[in-house]
Design a protein around this ligand. Structure first.
Ligand code: AMP
Ligand code: MN
Ligand code: MN
Length: 326
């Protein structure tokens, strides 16, 4: 039943809906990360064990460092022509539907399930399972797997541990609670290979990526008594180093990690748009700042797309951060 006021369902209600449907499309957000993809694959693998038909939709290609994930070879940007009319579209790790891109057909809301952990999720589905206290969308999915009674095998465990390690920054961020570590230990016992995930997601950088990081570091600017650091990447820097957008993924953390820096911004000005990544040490709410500029995310990690020039974007972002206490 479609609620007139959107609300978050219980795990039991959502699991019941999953059992009722026969076909699913797991949808990941644009510029996919290990959480959106790992969460969708984990739930997809579990639903297949229940005999369901499962497809994976993602507008962008699977990033090189996530191709080790089981079932990632089935991720496509096309939908099959013979989907039943009540196929359920499961959006994972996005606060609004627009984050899935522009390639999906218009969907009937009755066929939309929103599974997420972002602050300020728009509750855009007929069914919403949004738990902002969870460290990753993958751990939100775990609640559903428990409810479904899924046997968490090695493949599912690998996907879920990848979501956790992605969104906790390899167990470094403040969302790494004792419960997260206990769950991670359980996933390792079930066969998830922490070493492989670490290697794939955090270590094995291309030389081009490291050279690009050098250029970003060269362009760092500091303000607010060293509490704010920002830099940028543009098409020229990508061309000169041979890097691409995937190689920029966690460079903003290097900016935030400089001594004394509380808030960092990286302006990604390439491929015809300017996307901004914001990170905070926990004092300034960068989700609130991003939201005032049409973006979103979490208290300590957020992002937005800036429509305008880079120099105007730099001014606007700093202003929004100052309004949040920078
Ligand atoms: P990123 O800096 O791209 O790693 O994104 C950090 C966080 O901000 C993630 O949780 C994203 O979901 C969120 N985010 C990034 N870009 C946007 C956007 N344009 N709109 C809403 N949320 C965003
Ligand atoms: Mn994500
Ligand atoms: Mn996430």
């Amino acid at each position: 039943m479609i609620e007139s006021t959107p609300r978050v369902g219980s795990a039991a209600e959502i699991a019941e809906e999953l059992r009722r449907r026969s076909a699913f499309v797991m949808v990941s957000h644009v510029k996919p990360d290990g959480d959106t993809l790992g969460a969708g694959l984990a739930l997809g693998l579990a639903l297949k064990k229940l005999g369901k038909r499962v497809h994976y939709f993602q507008q962008d290609a699977v990033p090189r460092n996530l191709r080790f994930l089981p079932d990632s070879q089935f991720v496509a940007r096309e939908l099959p022509g013979d989907l039943p009319p009540d196929a359920l579209f499961v959006f994972g790790d996005m606060s609004d539907m627009g984050r899935a891109g522009e390639h999906l057909p218009k969907l009937d809301r009755a066929n939309v399930l929103d599974i997420d952990h972002h602050l300020g999720n728009a509750l855009f589905g007929a069914y919403n399972f949004v738990l902002p206290d969870e460290c990753s969308t993958g751990t939100v999915v775990m609640h559903l797997l428990r409810e479904l009674g899924t046997d968490v095998d090695r493949d599912i465990a690998t996907c879920i541990l990848t979501t956790i390690m992605t969104d906790t920054g390899g167990f470094m961020h403040s969302n790494t609670t004792p419960e997260v570590l206990e769950l991670s230990a359980d996933l390792m016992r079930r066969g998830a290979n922490k070493e492989e995930i670490t290697e794939e997601i955090f270590l094995n950088k291309r030389v081009a990526a490291t050279k690009l990081l050098g250029k970003i570091v060269d362009e760092m600017e500091f303000g607010h008594d060293g509490r704010y650091c920002y830099s940028y990447v543009d098409d020229g820097m990508l061309r000169e180093t041979g890097a691409d957008g995937e190689d920029t993924e966690d460079t903003v953390n290097t900016l935030r990690g400089q001594d004394g820096v509380e808030v960092a911004a990286l302006f990604k000005a390439y491929d015809g748009e300017i996307r901004v990544s914001l990170r905070s040490n926990g004092r300034v709410n960068v989700q609130a700042a991003a939201k005032t500029l049409g973006g979103g995310g979490h208290f300590r990690a957020s992002g937005l797309t800036w429509n305008g020039s880079l120099s105007d974007g730099i001014v606007a972002v700093e202003r929004a951060l100052v309004a949040e206490g920078l």
